[in-house]
Design a protein around this ligand. Structure first.
Ligand SMILES: *Cc1c(COP(=O)(O)O)cnc(C)c1O
Length: 359
């Protein structure tokens, strides 16, 4: 029933050049990793899944394959901070150019395209502002520009949204988040239906080395088994939390695509099964009040990351998004981000109410 953890760095060979079962060395391939890769490919409806040592490891390999010096990439104007840092601080040194764009606005995307644009990097919902991009519409624009469309599907998970079916070329995950689901393993993944691209990605991964160990692959596989039930519960709980916050006098604005007043609500309802477990909000009292709320919760733990079964709270401007301070991607100082877990929802709502009452 259960995939073994194949703790072997190397594999006995039948003769020189004669591989037993196709495995020789665990940077190149490992049976536990193969099982995870097949699972991830099936979840996203792609032919090829490639598991990485982290989401950033996956992003790095993907961008190295898609771009060369002089090429241009469009990134979301509120991209995940680590993705922005990789493009702005690492790839820019190698002559890669980028433009941050609000991908909720297809006209803005068209205007940002250049003859050298080789990739459009899309996140939906975005982190931390929960912006929504219409994946099918963005895919149309990317296709006419002959640029590859990457969708970072970390926030939605493959249970809630399947970008390949909507026209994306590659899906990226930080499996650290919902796919793993238990805050006990760091990992990443790429899934594609393009045979040639998959071959290039595998080659570059093997050449650069960002692979998950077998136990990490095993933990991620174990987490993936409960993805569907967890995502249903995350969505139930987040909907209730978002509604409570939207009616609370100390809260200025709630960012949750499940709310009818969210500008991306209709697109989200069209391309997502449900709206997921991430909720952000601004507080009426500004930055100081936001920091106070983050310090006052008892059930929501103050921590970075997201997507685990336990609820987390954080202040993006000072924590997860500190690396975009002073850039076009800077996030509001009065913003609080919640990763709503699967605990009893009444306990979660009570905890937020008592924290907001301290303002
Ligand atoms: C966490 C995250 C990443 C990076 O993944 P790591 O596993 O931390 O390397 C990329 N994109 C999004 C949306 C994330 O939340």
């Amino acid at each position: 029933m259960i995939t073994p953890v194949h703790l072997s760095s190397t594999f006995a060979q039948d003769g020189v050049g004669g591989l037993r079962g196709g495995y020789e060395y665990s940077r190149s391939a490992n049976p536990t990793r193969t099982a995870l890769q097949e699972c991830l490919a099936a979840l996203e409806g792609g032919r090829h899944g490639i598991a990485f040592g982290s989401g950033m490891g996956a992003s790095d390999v993907l961008l190295r394959v898609l771009l060369k010096p002089g090429d241009h990439v469009v990134i979301p104007h509120d991209a995940y901070g680590g993705t922005f840092r990789l493009v702005d601080k690492v790839l820019a040194r190698w002559g890669v150019e980028y433009t941050p764009v609000d991908l909720g606005d297809v006209g803005a995307l068209r205007a940002a395209l250049r003859p050298t644009t080789r990739a459009v990097w899309c996140e939906t919902p975005t982190n931390p502002l929960l912006g929504i991009a219409d994946i099918a519409a963005v895919a149309d624009v990317a296709r006419t520009a002959r640029a590859r469309l990457v969708v970072d599907n970390t926030f939605a998970s493959p249970y809630l949204q399947q970008p390949l079916a909507l026209g994306a070329d590659v899906v990226l995950h930080s499996t650290t988040k919902y796919v793993g689901g238990h805050s006990d393993v760091v990992g990443g993944a790429l899934v594609t239906g393009d045979d040639e691209l998959a071959e290039e990605l595998r080659f570059t991964q093997n050449a650069t080395g960002s692979v998950p160990g077998p136990f990490d692959a095993w933990l991620t596989l174990r987490g993936a088994k409960t993805l569907a039930v967890r995502m249903e519960r995350h969505s139930d709980n987040a909907e209730r939390v978002a509604e409570m916050l939207a009616g609370h006098p100390a809260v200025a604005r709630v960012y949750y695509p499940g709310l009818a007043q969210h500008p991306g609500h209709e697109v989200a309802a069209k391309q997502m099964r449900r709206f997921g477990g991430m909720v952000s909000f601004t507080v009426a009292g500004g930055r100081e009040a936001a920091l106070k709320v983050c310090a006052a919760t008892r059930l929501f733990t103050l921590a970075e990351s997201l997507g685990g079964v336990e609820s987390l709270i954080e202040h993006p401007a000072a924590m997860t998004h500190a690396s975009v301070t002073g850039s076009a991607l800077e996030v509001p100082g009065d913003l609080v981000r919640l990763s709503v877990g699967i605990e009893d929802v009444e306990d979660l709502v009570d905890d937020l109410r008592q924290a907001l009452a301290q303002l």
